[in-house]
Design a protein around this ligand. Structure first.
Ligand code: SF4
Length: 491
């Protein structure tokens, strides 16, 4: 039986045919956590918007492929000039073209829309597959192009979709790949005929262009932990070790391929060492922190389609912060916060309140300060009247992550990571008040971004619940920083 191929199946098969085989035969082994719903939603939103790129269009409604193909046929016969989701099938191959320009006499132009900001190698395969299907059906594909997001676009007033999108003609590249498409289809189909699980090994293809959801399954025979659990190491280095048979932490401990901090993870895992604490370095670091001391954490979201004036696609738009502070040694721990309502640009109000909340020349801490500093610089550029105050806050920020990043404080439970999500439970394993799992609705920055984006369409009651969850989440981030600081003070 011929294995039917859609363009996404074809692209998966090009990345790794075993991925397709497993999807077909052992779908239950797929780890759904690799699917990012927010990325998918962004893709749909961008795709919908791009449909209008060339003026009026007719969209083929999503449904069963047969109906979509019929509808496309009708629209082409009626000389509809622009068709979105035009769908075609031939010899067990199926594709929907994001935007099709119907030039008459079976001549067409194809546009593949991507929500990314640059062109990836796999997009050529995707477009080539579509050219192949249409050519087989007797269409003359006059050109094909990738439509993607232009990060240089800055919104001023109404959205200008001609500026938001970049159209890159890839006709020549797609033509060059045509012979490969036929070969790939044949070999994928032959591969799929195998009755037993193919023995293909893991490799670079498990990570690029997309991380494969079968990685856990394909590595289930490896010892735990193994080379792929070394935190912060390059994938290429891990694969090199794997290919040489250096896989377990015992193996890794006999060679010299990772950094000293990565070996700290390996040794602590192997030998169960007690926590490593470099007192001198930590005490030196703590001297940089002075009263009044502030603990700041931002939350942001990154709309692919800029929502506000003076913002670019995917720009980090800060909508929330939490701020704990202690005014003097032994002083009471105080808290303030900001959380915007959706619907209008939150940045000005946030910047104003931040300047009101953090006085000049005080020490502020952030955990992984690059993020907070980057956002403050952005706000300072945007609002020249607040620039001096914002940059004063910026210039006085200290990074509470440093003692953990530099592994001055390390214990096995950190699993090689210096992320606060690992450091906190490692330092306070028994404290439910510091456990992000105990929060409702929002447990990490990604969920916070998603929640804020969703709030734009929520009813008042739901909106208030979501706001409560966001405030609790961000508040825990800075409270956690306070607890970490207290722990470091004890040293
Ligand atoms: S984990 Fe790697 S080898 Fe296994 S199916 Fe995925 S890409 Fe293929």
């Amino acid at each position: 039986m011929t294995y039917n191929l859609s363009k996404s199946r074809y692209c998966s098969g090009v990345q790794c045919p075993k991925m397709l085989w497993l999807k077909n035969n052992m779908p239950e082994e797929f780890d759904n956590s690799v699917i990012n719903d927010a990325v998918m939603a962004t893709g749909n939103e961008v795709g919908d918007l791009a449909m209008g790129l060339f003026g009026e269009y007719v969209e083929v409604p999503f449904g069963d492929p047969k109906g979509m193909i019929e509808k496309t046929k009708e629209l082409i016969e009626a000389n509809t000039p622009i068709i979105a989701e035009a769908s075609f099938s031939v010899d067990g191959l199926f594709c929907s073209v994001d935007i099709l320009k119907n030039l008459g006499d079976k001549t067409v132009e194809l546009y593949e829309v991507k929500s990314s900001t640059e062109i990836k190698e796999i997009y050529y395969q995707d477009a080539s597959f579509q050219c192949h299907v249409l050519s087989k059906l007797g269409y003359k594909v006059r050109s094909c192009a990738i439509v993607h997001i232009n990060t240089q676009y800055v919104r001023h007033g109404d959205l200008d979709i001609n500026e938001l999108f970049t159209v890159k003609d890839i006709t020549a590249d797609a033509a060059m790949l045509q012979p490969d498409v036929s070969d790939n289809i044949d070999s994928i189909r032959e591969y799929m005929l195998q009755p037993e699980e193919p023995p293909d090994d893991i490799g670079e293809h498990c990570f690029t262009p997309y991380f494969c959801g079968f990685f856990g399954y394909c590595t289930k025979h490896l010892p735990t932990p193994n080379v792929f659990d070394v935190a912060g190491a390059r994938t290429s280095t891990k694969l090199k070790c794997y290919n040489k048979g250096i896989i377990s932490f015992e193996d890794l401990n006999t060679c010299d391929v990772f950094s000293s901090s990565q070996y700290k993870q390996i040794e602590h895992e192997l030998f169960g060492y007690p926590p490593y604490i470099d007192m001198e370095s930590i005490r030196g670091f703590m001297k940089n922190l002075s009263y009044p001391l502030y603990f700041l954490d931002f939350e942001s979201f990154q709309p692919a389609i800029p929502l506000f004036d003076n913002s670019r696609p995917y720009e980090q738009i800060v909508f929330q912060y939490s701020l704990h502070y202690v005014e003097h040694e032994g002083g009471e721990l105080k808290h303030t916060e900001f959380l915007a309502y959706p619907g209008s640009d939150p940045r000005r109000a946030l910047a104003e309140q931040l300047c009101a909340d953090i006085p000049l020349n005080v020490c502020t801490t952030a955990y992984n300060m690059g993020f907070e500093k980057g956002r403050i610089r952005g706000l300072a550029e945007l609002y020249p009247d607040l620039r001096d105050h914002l940059m004063n806050i910026h210039d006085h920020i200290q990074d509470l992550m440093i003692p953990f990043q530099k592994k001055w404080y390390y214990c096995r439970a950190m699993q090689g990571s210096h992320s606060i999500k690992y450091v906190l439970p490692a330092l306070f394993p028994e404290d439910p008040a510091l456990d992000y799992h105990n929060l409702d609705g929002v447990h990490n920055g990604g969920e916070a971004s998603e929640m804020f984006a969703k709030m734009a369409t929520m009813q008042p009651e739901e909106l208030e619940t979501a706001r409560g969850q966001l405030l609790k989440y961000c508040g825990l981030d800075t409270f956690a920083m306070v607890k970490i600081w207290e722990k470091l003070k004890e040293i």
